[in-house]
Design a binder for this molecule. Structure first.
Ligand code: SF4
Ligand code: MG
Length: 310
């Protein structure tokens, strides 16, 4: 389905859910998840591990097939199908340790026949290494000769080799030290500007996505509980879960602030709580929350929130 305004749209009315079979139970890993990423923009999905954000990433890139629902992409350059690439959390696991870096980056160029001969391929590999801040000589090395941050640069160069317009980035910096994280995030923002990329960015950490995102969707147990423009979400978070996530961000001006805010464990997605699935952990829960599931409602400032009392 073509929608010229949007890069894609995972639409709730078509019942998006993915069932994982685990023993005799079925897990609705993702339910009624709906969002749009405008071309050239960045939407971030944020939530604790197990909330379904990686599942959404794999659905969007076609690594998983949904049992219902659809992802719609606007056409890419010159009317061709939009090309998407994924950047994974673990640059150690996603690079073939036996291959020299130049061959890792050259593979998509060869596979997709994007260059005519070896000389052109080597030129392009050198260019891609430069784009991510590495040099041509690095192409002769193996992945283990690089630091975590440099390996993530290699992953990005490989992802860019096929000239994608859309990048799905699943926790691309969470395996890295904080200082290195900032460098990789800056690189990704620069590449977004220079190459006109569109991002779906996935993280468990709201502070990481703050400066990347135009819009943020907060997920809890397979559902989006709040979605808002970035400034709106930070200035006026409306869902109790979003507020708790924001309170766990360390504040340099107030090191004593309590970072252990989100009480309790994430419930098993195999047996999600009744009503509002956040109710066992919610400081504002009322009787009604245990029986009635709140629907996403649109607020006057454009935020969408699933809470009876938002
Ligand atoms: Fe908390 Fe109730 Fe709102 Fe759920 S619906 S977030 S339990 S107040
Ligand atoms: Mg994950």
């Amino acid at each position: 389905v073509v929608n010229l305004d949007r890069v894609f749209d995972v639409s709730a009315p078509f019942l998006n859910r993915l069932l994982y079979r685990q023993g005799r139970s079925y897990l609705h890993a993702v339910n009624d998840v709906s969002f749009e990423v405008p071309r050239g923009g960045c939407l971030s999905l944020v939530g604790e591990s197990g909330c379904g954000k990686s599942t959404v990433a794999k659905l969007v890139t076609g690594l998983y097939l949904p049992s219902g629902g659809e992802c719609r992409f606007a056409p890419g350059k010159a009317g061709a199908p939009l090309s998407a690439q994924m950047i994974f959390q673990d640059p150690y696991a996603s690079l073939n340790p036996r291959w020299r870096v130049k061959n890792i980056i050259a593979e998509p160029l060869r596979e997709l026949k994007l260059r005519r001969n070896d000389a052109e391929i080597q030129d392009r590999v050198g260019e891609l290494l430069g784009i991510v801040g590495l040099n041509v000589a690095d192409g002769d090395k193996f992945p283990h000769e690089f630091s975590g941050g440099q390996r993530q640069r290699i992953s990005i160069a490989r992802a860019l080799a096929s000239e994608p317009e859309f990048l799905v980035c699943d926790e691309p910096t969470s395996a890295l030290d904080v200082s290195v994280q900032a460098q990789i995030l800056n690189l990704m923002r620069r590449l977004q500007d220079e190459l006109g990329l569109t991002y779906l960015f996935i993280s468990h950490d709201l502070s990481v996505v703050r400066h990347m995102s135009d819009r943020i969707a907060v997920m809890y147990l397979g559902r989006i509980v709040e979605q808002a423009d970035t400034e709106v979400l930070f200035a006026d978070p409306k869902h109790p879960y979003t507020r708790l996530l924001l309170e766990t961000i360390p504040d340099v001006n107030d090191p004593n602030r309590n970072r252990e805010i989100v009480a309790g464990e994430v419930p098993s997605p195999l047996a999600p709580p009744s009503g509002c699935t956040f109710h066992p952990r919610c400081p504002l829960a009322q009787d009604r929350c245990g029986s009635e599931r709140p629907q996403l409602r649109q607020m006057p400032d454009g935020a969408c929130v699933a809470c009876h009392f938002a």
